[in-house]
Design a binder for this molecule. Structure first.
Ligand code: DGJ
Length: 735
């Protein structure tokens, strides 16, 4: 049973996932009727009686009842164990809920009721609280699933007055999670920048507050809304890890608070500091979901748990195999013309591409980045007869049809802006600063949202599109909505919600349509957008060596089937680095393979090699996109490193050696997650340059040997050229 009441009064509950238990208790503060909802345990699965004991135990491992800590007149350590610490009462930490009513910024919540709710394959617990004096109601929702260790939480805030009282919300997080006491903590998160997204950051969690955030109205390139925290000895494949991720694609903030007395909390939600919302009488504000997962199998096991959850519970079509696509952005830039695109399409189809995506430059008078966003009709000079002929040609070649759009953007030099200058985010008496010569359309406005849905719907229907790449290249600034009669800050939430709404409605109208999320590279990759999209573009930097570090960061939370990866030209357009075609393919094969090169410049030999690589990818893509993924060690892009994917009887191993003469990185590649007693063999179509190293003499090896000794890839031989790589394919022999 996933939801278990642990006491008679119904104030103590255990929520069970397949491998973990989460205990929530409603505690009344001594001498008052004020309550705090506490996380009283989060860790390995416990029976109900053990969960009861754990909740009663003072500050034991996994337990968080504040007793046993050093409480002074200057501190109350237990406040970080609350599911939603409010600004009010005896609290001085990060407020997850901060509301001002009638000029009073202080909440005192009392218990109203607990509602257990059984859903199809999930159970939910709703705890309702209300303020003692103000018409404010808060509902804490927690959901557990039968098939996932990820726990989902969110909050509903209601203004229950029938007449207007001024309620200002300056913070409403989705929740706070408590990571139990440990002598020290190690964390993982990613940071980065444009063309350098997803750089893994790991280290000791400092005592104090550590904040990752985006103030851009999009998820952002600089951080990603998740964190993983383990004890001092946690490693890739061992140790307990508590991880938290926010499902939101606008501005956000995530703060860890590590207290000197022990214990750490992770508090996160939408919006950033300074943003305020007014809640009218009768209205409610519902937060995005915050998801938490406990696991005892290191960072690698944590990643695999998230991958499963994303594929099964978040993605709209998580079980589908993603097609091999071709995109001409790096080949042609804005110079898209029907004959040239068709000629690229012919070459792409010959290589085995299954989807052809026309990128930026097909609309309005778009010859460069200075005009036409908003004018979503075919460029009259480039496509005098429209795009139908081009896509008919693409379909005749056996490929699906895809198109780039940037629905949230508008160029000041566009017909749309000339007619609707008020449709952009702006403030009275302030400039409208441009970036990439564009402004952001205010999707919080219903007419903008409806206009976008209408033209997108028409475009998809007219051109019979299978795929849209939805880009967004401009963070919010001067973000306001002067004629709304509401507070400007409402745009920070409603813009994102209406993006989600538009994507959902579009999918509803076109069930076969698939979407790719992109924001100038990896600026909008998160668990919010993945509810509505199928894959995401992690970075505009397609240099395979740089891409390895980005993909390593992306793989921490997101499965391979959401990560778009292209093979592009050499030298690379971003870095000028030259790399072999084979290395570029092997890096791109670690996700959803695509080709983004100028194929008219590839030699017949290169085209032949590429065709063979695409064919090989198709033979293993189910395993890569849907299998269990193991990061085998080595710093990707820096030294010898390897990746492994296992699904049913197939094992795919990708190995890389960026520096031929490197002395660092593992020399032997020990595989993980195999059946120790089963026999494995190198399958046909495996490493085209010979069997995997020293064990090649034998034709079959036990899983136990491959895990205990490993293989020594030929690409890892000590002296050799830079940028050597292999794909080793193993098959478990039945029986
Ligand atoms: C940014 C994207 O990340 C690129 O892939 C490309 O689509 C350009 N925008 C087009 O303007």
């Amino acid at each position: 049973m996933s939801l278990v009441r642990l006491d008679h009064a119904g104030r103590l509950w255990a929520l069970n996932t397949p491998h973990s238990t989460y205990v929530i208790g409603v505690a009344v503060a001594a001498g008052t009727d004020e309550v705090a909802v506490l996380q009283q345990y989060w860790g390995a699965s416990l029976t109900p009686s053990a969960a009861r004991e754990a909740a009663a135990m003072p500050a034991g491992p996994g337990n968080s009842s504040g007793a046993g800590r050093h409480e002074t007149s200057f501190s109350r350590p237990a406040e970080i164990e609350e599911l939603l610490p409010v600004d009010g009462g005896l609290r001085w930490g990060v407020p997850a809920l901060q509301v001002t009513v009638d000029r009073v910024r202080s909440l005192e919540l009392r218990f109203v009721r607990v509602d257990p709710v059984c859903e199809d394959d999930a159970d939910r617990l709703d705890i309702t609280l209300e303020d003692r004096a103000f018409p404010i109601e808060v509902v804490l929702h927690t959901r557990v699933y039968t098939d996932s260790d990820v726990i989902a939480r969110w909050v509903t805030l209601r203004h229950r007055a029938t007449r207007e009282t001024a309620v200002k919300v300056s913070r409403l997080d989705s929740g706070s999670w408590f990571v139990p006491d440990a002598e020290d903590y190690r964390y993982r998160a990613v940071c980065g920048a444009w063309a350098e997204e997803g750089q893994l950051q790991q280290g000791r969690l400092p005592v104090g507050e550590l904040t990752f955030t985006s103030r851009q109205g999009i998820t952002g390139h600089h951080a990603n809304p998740w964190i993983m925290i383990g004890g001092p000895d946690v490693g890739e494949e061992h140790g307990e890890v508590w991880s938290v991720a926010l499902a939101w694609s606008g501005s956000w903030r995530m703060t860890t608070t590590r207290r000197p007395e022990g214990g750490t909390a992770v508090t996160a939600g939408f919006g950033h500091e300074g943003v305020r919302w007014t809640l009218p009488a009768g209205a409610e504000l519902v937060t995005p979901m915050i998801l938490g997962r406990y696991g005892a199998d290191g960072f690698g096991g944590t990643s695999r748990g998230w991958h499963d959850h994303v594929r099964r519970r978040i993605l709209p079509a998580g079980d589908e195999d993603r097609p091999v696509l071709y995109n001409s952005w790096e080949a042609t830039g804005f110079e898209v013309t029907a004959p040239e695109q068709l000629s690229l399409a012919r070459r792409a189809a010959a290589l085995g591409a299954e989807l052809f995506v026309v990128d930026d430059g097909w609309f309005g008078r778009r010859d460069d980045e200075h005009s036409s966003l908003g004018d979503w009709w075919p460029h009259r000079k480039r496509f005098p007869d429209g795009l139908r002929g081009l896509f008919d040609g693409v379909r005749a070649l056996g490929m699906g049809a895809g198109l780039w759009v940037e629905p949230e953007a508008v160029s000041p030099d566009s017909d749309l802006y000339r007619v609707h200058p008020d449709w952009v985010l702006h403030l009275e008496n302030r400039r409208r600063d441009r970036k990439r010569d564009q402004l952001v359309l205010n999707f919080a406005r219903a007419e903008v949202r409806d206009w976008a849905l209408e033209w997108l719907d028409r475009l998809v229907a007219d051109l019979r599109l299978d795929y849209l790449k939805w880009d967004m290249n401009r963070p919010f600034t001067q973000a306001g909505w002067p004629d709304s009669g509401r507070s400007h800050d409402c745009v920070w939430i409603e813009h994102t919600r209406h993006i989600f709404h538009t994507m959902a409605a579009l999918r509803d109208r076109h069930p076969g349509l698939r979407l790719e999320a992109c924001a100038g590279g990896g600026g909008r990759l998160d668990l919010g957008i993945l509810h509505y999209t199928d894959q995401a573009w992690p970075s505009d930097n397609t240099d395979p060596v740089d891409r390895q570090t980005t993909q390593h960061g992306v793989s921490q939370l997101y499965p391979a089937n959401v990560m778009s990866t292209w093979v592009t030209d050499s030298p690379n357009a971003n870095t000028g680095r030259s790399t072999p075609l084979r290395y570029r393919f092997h890096v791109a094969m670690a996700g959803v393979l695509g080709i983004g090169a100028d194929l008219s410049r590839w030699s017949p030999e290169e085209l032949e090699e590429a065709g063979a690589m695409v064919e090989q990818y198709k033979a293993v893509r189910r395993t890569i996109q849907h299998g269990r993924q193991y990061r085998l060690g080595g710093r990707p892009g820096v030294e010898r490193s390897g990746l492994q994917y296992v699904l049913d009887d197939q094992v795919v191993v990708l190995v890389y050696n960026p520096r031929g003469n490197a002395k660092s990185g593992p020399r032997w590649l020990r595989l993980i997650g195999l059946d120790p007693d089963a026999l494995y063999e190198v399958a046909a179509g495996g490493d085209p340059h010979g069997a995997p190293g020293r064990l090649a003499a034998a034709s079959r090896w036990h899983g136990s040997t491959l895990m205990a000794v490993g293989v020594r890839p030929t690409a890892w031989e000590p002296i050799g050229a830079d940028y050597r790589s292999d794909l080793i394919l193993l098959r478990r022999i039945p029986g």
